[in-house]
Ligand binder design. Structure first.
Ligand SMILES: Cc1ncc(COP(=O)(O)O)c(C=O)c1O
Length: 404
């Protein structure tokens, strides 16, 4: 069958593929350390599960929601955003709204669909989340990439972003805390970014904040619009329950954005999925966000501990220049090009797919290769699995990196 050129231009999700391969190998009886997952291996907090149970009793939980989501929940999410970011509430009294979608990936699709025309450029800061380039291409846009490296803790320089902007640049996506690097950009970076935004008055920012509740080193993440509120009218803030509530399968994400962009996104959504999941919205409306802290504190302690284990084992093995201090989200990146194992490779080419394959086949470890994050010869490892298997996995990785 002849497929559309649009779908032919899109790659499969590599993270999903790796997860599937790891599950298949486990089912075949092999011991696999799955460090490729982008989700917490626990259930949501019981206070949220109780709300879902309660909402099962109501007819409205099973019926269509308004396209952009239930108005009461939209109001609650604006209030939560304003409080958590310490913003002046009067700004949001008029002309602001929220659209809920079936996961924040869906929110991002809607936002890009509402903003970009074919040929428009969208700036991505590498390393970036694997799905961004594919989404941009789906809508006919062109991803343009600004790189960073391990010595900058994977934070791209503002000057490099400045040089990448052209008259065709429509949108820039900022993802802090970042998947895959596991760092959040500093206050100084955000202030400089605000200046850059001022120099480019037509540029729109999508601020993907799905990991903003998961930081295990101070200072906490801050955002450019907190230092300059006048940038808010061209900012779309994306969030979700997936990472914060350990609820990736429940599919609920949202954008806080100017009302005009929310209504454009709602048009797309109304003609595609109709609206977001009603049951989950009603449970979230009932849920008290104050329970988040007690739920997330042990999660963050656990991730911090695994990050420390990793750094210690790398130090002990004299693997000095291939890592940096992660601070947030679930991830850590390794730069293979600075490890002994890499000596057999030509440095100007990307070998990250091959290395990820070797790690899986020889050591039983799944990682996500950096080819998909825009940084050759790196890989993302997730810090979420239990402490003992995590230590075993890192011992194997260290052995592999020091081999050859
Ligand atoms: C940076 C980032 N944004 C958005 C998403 C999408 O999450 P969801 O669609 O589950 O809300 C993910 C998922 O991994 C992510 O890492």
């Amino acid at each position: 069958m002849l497929l559309s050129s649009r779908v032919k231009g899109i790659s499969d999700s590599i993270t999903m593929k790796l997860n599937e391969k790891a599950i298949q190998l486990t089912e075949e009886g092999k011991v696999i350390y799955n460090l490729s997952g982008g989700q917490l291996p626990i259930k949501p907090t019981h206070e949220f599960i109780e709300k879902i149970h309660h909402q099962l009793n109501f007819l409205k939980s099973y019926q269509y929601s308004p396209s952009a989501g239930f108005p009461a929940l939209r109001k609650k999410l604006i209030r939560h955003f304003v409080d958590s970011r310490k913003l002046p509430s009067e700004i949001f009294e008029n002309d602001w709204d929220v659209i809920l979608s079936n996961g924040s990936k869906h929110t991002l699709y809607n936002a890009l669909g509402a903003l970009i025309d074919p040929g428009d450029e969208v700036i991505l800061l590498a390393p970036y989340w694997v799905s961004y380039p594919e989404m941009i291409k789906f809508w006919g846009g062109i991803p343009t990439i600004v790189k960073s490296n391990v010595f900058d803790a994977f934070v791209p320089a503002i000057e490099d972003i400045r040089k990448t902007i052209t008259p065709k640049t429509k949108v820039i996506i900022v993802n802090s805390p970042n998947n895959p690097s596991g760092v959040h950009y500093s206050e100084a970076w955000m202030k400089e970014f605000a200046v850059l935004m001022h120099e480019n008055p037509d540029l729109v920012v999508i601020s993907d904040e799905v990991y903003s509740d998961i930081t295990y080193f101070d200072p906490k993440p801050s955002y450019f619009y907190q230092f300059d509120n006048s940038l808010l009218p061209r900012t779309i803030i994306v969030h979700a329950i997936s990472k914060t509530l350990a609820a990736t399968g429940l599919r609920l994400g949202w954008a806080v954005a100017p009302a005009s962009i929310v209504s454009a996104m709602a048009k797309i959504q109304g003609q595609t999925t109709s609206g977001p999941n009603s049951l989950m919205q009603r449970a979230l409306l009932d849920f008290d966000f104050n329970f988040l802290e007690s739920f997330l504190t042990p999660v963050k302690n656990h991730i911090r501990q695994n990050a420390a284990t990793l750094r210690e084992k790398f130090r002990e093995a004299s693997l000095g220049h291939c890592w940096y201090q992660s601070t947030s989200a679930f991830y850590f990146m390794i730069d293979f090009s600075r490890t002994p194992m890499f000596q057999r490779f030509a440095p100007e080419q990307d070998h990250s797919d091959l290395i990820a394959d070797e790690l899986l086949n020889n050591e039983g470890i799944t990682v996500v290769p950096g080819s998909d994050f825009g940084l050759p010869n790196t890989a993302r490892i997730a810090l979420v699995i239990e402490e003992v298997p995590f230590q075993e996995a890192i011992t194997k990785i260290v052995r592999y990196l020091n081999k050859f």
